[in-house]
Design a protein around this ligand. Structure first.
Ligand code: NAD
Length: 326
């Protein structure tokens, strides 16, 4: 039984994510922090007949510190959709709060651009001398959820969506998202052509745009992101509680598992500090990083296309903390 904290809990992602965490029996305490509206969201959720005790905090009276104290897991969906510069500052300030009030918590970063906000969190933790690479996760689960759902659609059976697994590696934006459909636990239909595969891959990489367009530009994915965030949080919580053998893709610092991380760098042929890979979770966070495994020529070309963007996204995050410029 754990304490979970949501930072940005009154937002489009934050509210449904808080609802899903309130429904999770592994959560004993749920603390909600935002710059607005958390007392209302917390009061509303607190009437739900599940065990988690809910509290809401705002910035005055050390609200961030109070929300974070005693946290086992902190999920960060705070920010402004599609405004990376503003999010960088928000994430830096929230990471500073975590470094001082909850330095041992597992941190799950949803705020975009994940390829840069995860390095921002890491650089802040390093500055405070509390960085543990096993505890910082970029949440890429929405890419995994989309890959599963779209593959199930192609297979003509949506009931497969929650059962099949498709590893997604690389990063978490556009071409840095690399779904490995050749490793789908249920193979794609025979007769699926190269151009079908390219279209399916592009749909996963740019799935977010489908939602933004359907919402007339007024918002981005919130409900599917909340579902994905809650699914990943549940896996981290189950591992924290001692369950073995839980594996999920996440964007992590490759030093989280030295041997596994070095093997991944060799596979991609680049000395990147971060990459999304299948992560085996344990009570201390990352237990082991899995390599890419056997991938096709096409998937290798996708990985190669992802690397330059990833390197520049990571560098942006690192240099934002070294010399802050919005
Ligand atoms: N990782 C993913 O797959 C993924 C998918 C979709 C969206 N996102 C990102 O998630 C973030 C949130 O999206 P949303 O649609 O929920 O946005 P939103 O605007 O609906 O909600 C964001 C919330 O963050 C709060 N906030 C702003 N500054 C804060 C601060 N300093 N401290 C605490 N809370 C603060 C806002 O008050 C708001 O309630 C965006 O960065 C978006 O790009 C990530």
């Amino acid at each position: 039984m754990s304490k979970a904290v949501v930072l940005g809990a009154a937002g489009g992602i934050g509210q449904p994510l808080a609802l899903l965490l309130k429904s999770n029996p592994l959560v004993k305490e749920l603390a909600l922090f935002d710059i607005v509206n958390t007392p209302g969201v917390a009061a509303d959720l607190s009437h739900i007949s599940t065990p988690a005790k809910v509290s809401g905090y705002l910035p005055p009276d050390d609200g961030l510190k109070k929300a974070l104290t005693g946290a086992d897991i902190v999920v960060i969906p705070a920010g402004v959709p599609r405004k990376p510069g503003i999010n960088a500052g928000i994430v830096r300030d929230l990471a500073t709060g975590i470094a001082t009030a909850a330095p041992k918590a597992s941190i799950l970063v949803i705020s975009n651009p994940v390829n840069s906000t995860v390095p921002i969190v890491v650089e802040v933790l390093k500055k405070h001398g509390v960085f543990d690479p096993k505890k910082v996760f970029g949440v890429t689960t929405l890419d995994v959820v989309r890959a599963q759902t779209f593959a199930a659609e192609v297979l003509g059976d949506l009931s497969l969506a929650s059962k099949l697994t498709v590893p997604v590696v690389g990063g978490h934006s556009g071409v840095t998202i690399v779904p490995l459909f050749s490793q789908s636990s249920t193979p794609l239909p025979s007769g699926f052509t190269k151009s079908d595969l390219e279209a399916l891959t592009t749909r996963v990489q740019f799935g977010g745009d489908e939602v933004v367009k359907a919402k007339d530009g007024a918002g981005s994915a919130t409900l599917s992101m909340a579902y994905a965030g809650a699914e990943f949080a549940e896996k981290v919580l189950r591992a924290l509680n001692g369950e073995k053998g839980i594996v999920a893709p996440s964007f992590v610092h490759l030093s989280a598992d030295k041997e596994g991380g070095e093997a991944v760098k060799k596979e991609i042929g680049q000395d990147l500090e971060y990459f999304s890979v299948r992560v085996q979770l344990g009570p201390g966070g990352v237990e082991k990083l899995h390599g890419l495994g056997s991938i096709t020529e096409y998937e290798r070309s996708l990985v190669q296309a992802a690397v330059p963007d990833l390197a520049s996204n990571i560098d942006k995050g690192v240099s934002f903390i070294a010399s802050p410029k919005l």
